[in-house]
Design a protein around this ligand. Structure first.
Ligand SMILES: Nc1ncnc2c1ncn2[C@@H]1O[C@H](COP(=O)(O)OP(=O)(O)OP(=O)(O)O)[C@@H](O)[C@H]1O
Ligand SMILES: [Mg+2]
Length: 267
């Protein structure tokens, strides 16, 4: 099981959209994925039509009052599960801050998941602030996946994230954390700007940037209001194809080197 924090302190860059749709596309490929909605706004939760569930979030497990395994909901898609968020989570920020092990609460909470082999990937959909919940996600994660919008200042945002990862490593909270992947989102093929931003980010971050770029698509922003992922809402559109391609690339990057060699096309 690999824990992937989907994080960027900037709001509205496609974190939740990527958690939901990459999760759905991985499940379509037979992987078992758990999305943990760590954002009190609960956007991932409502993307699955689960808004309004009460008392079912990571709040109690974080404070030691329940097990994470008691808060897992199935979604309509086989192999894809979610721990919903609710407004209580906003309160958890304050309460965790008072606890002695306040940076590693989430890592502790997720331990029961490590012990059984139910999930291949756990995605932590982070809120867009550098608060306690996001710090806990970075302390609990094996890697960071950062969606970034194809717009000016993309690089500056990334520099801040790199610094944040270094801080988490230096603090000793999580020495293995790395910024393993960058996904460029909301690519607009009609403008030169998108092309330029992608080229610039690739120049600085090389192979960490996924080959697959997610296009700007109205379908992607409509799907959540129907409680559907893009794979159900517009299965053959460009956005669904992009998230499927991202899932294939993600799996390739996360398979052991021997398996990777087998999957490589023959010369
Ligand atoms: N590729 C895309 N094309 C068009 N709209 C998109 C795309 N990706 C995301 N959106 C829309 O942009 C908005 C922000 O996306 P999303 O909620 O995924 O970002 P976020 O980083 O999770 O935001 P927050 O920081 O508030 O949690 C949403 O309305 C979403 O539907
Ligand atoms: Mg979000």
């Amino acid at each position: 099981m690999r824990i992937v924090a989907i994080a960027n302190q900037k709001g509205g860059v496609g974190k939740t959209t990527t958690a939901v749709n990459l999760g759905a596309a991985l499940a379509e490929l037979g992987r078992r994925v758990l999305i943990i909605d760590l954002d009190p706004q609960a956007n991932a939760t409502s993307s699955f039509g689960l808004q309004g569930v009460e008392d079912i979030s990571l709040y109690e497990p974080l404070l030691g009052g329940a097990l994470v395994t008691e808060k897992i909901f199935p979604t309509q898609r086989e192999g894809l599960f979610i721990v919903p968020a609710d407004l209580d989570l906003a309160g958890a920020e304050v309460e965790i801050a008072r606890m002695p092990n306040h940076l590693t609460r989430l890592a502790e909470t997720l331990k029961p998941l490590q012990e059984d082999e139910t999930f291949d990937f756990v995605f932590l959909d982070c809120p867009p602030s550098l608060g306690i919940l996001m710090s806990n996600a970075l302390a609990a994660a094996d890697e960071l996946l950062t969606p970034i919008q194809c717009e000016y200042f993309a690089l500056e945002g990334l520099v801040k994230i790199v610094r944040l990862v270094e801080q988490v490593r230096d603090s000793g909270a999580n020495k293995r954390l790395e910024l393993a992947g960058i996904v460029m989102t909301m690519f607009d093929g009609r403008t030169n700007l998108s092309e330029q931003v992608v080229a610039e980010v690739r120049q600085h971050f090389g192979e960490r940037v996924y080959e697959t770029v997610i296009p700007r698509s109205v379908r992607l922003s409509e799907a959540p209001s129907f409680g559907k992922s893009i794979l159900e809402y517009a299965p053959s559109g460009a956005a669904a194809q992009a998230y499927r391609a991202l899932a294939r690339e993600f799996i390739q990057r996360h398979s052991p080197p021997a398996a990777r060699a087998l999957e490589a096309p023959e010369q």
